[in-house]
Design a protein. Sequence first.
Length: 140
Amino acid sequence: MNIGAAAKASGLPAKTIRYYEEIGLLTPARDLNGYRDFGDRDLHVLAFIGRARGLGFSIEQVRALLSLWQDRERASADVHALARTHLAEIDAKMEELREMRDTLAGLMTACAGNEHPDCPILEGLAGHADGCRKGCAEPG
């Protein structure tokens, strides 16, 4: 099947499939005319890549997972270790997002949101977390 049909079957844009081919994640066969000829195995690889990327694995992590998937002599411990590392990265990102949310929520709580110009949100973004309002250096 051509790249358009592979894109439709895999749910991935053709541009993304070309990129995955360019970086060596998959290598579809070529017809005599040079066009890509995707087979069932290529669709399985694309589905694998799509699911892995959907879980937030990086391209290099996907490359490692593909290698492990294709190695029938692999140890599941290797796969588990890679997944554990990625889960720790997700947990760290979640903590960072929680901190960002708490900071923004605190600034919003401090802001009256009325017609007055004083705005703790802008003061916080400007680095005036101490509540500096009057006498602070203005931008510009």
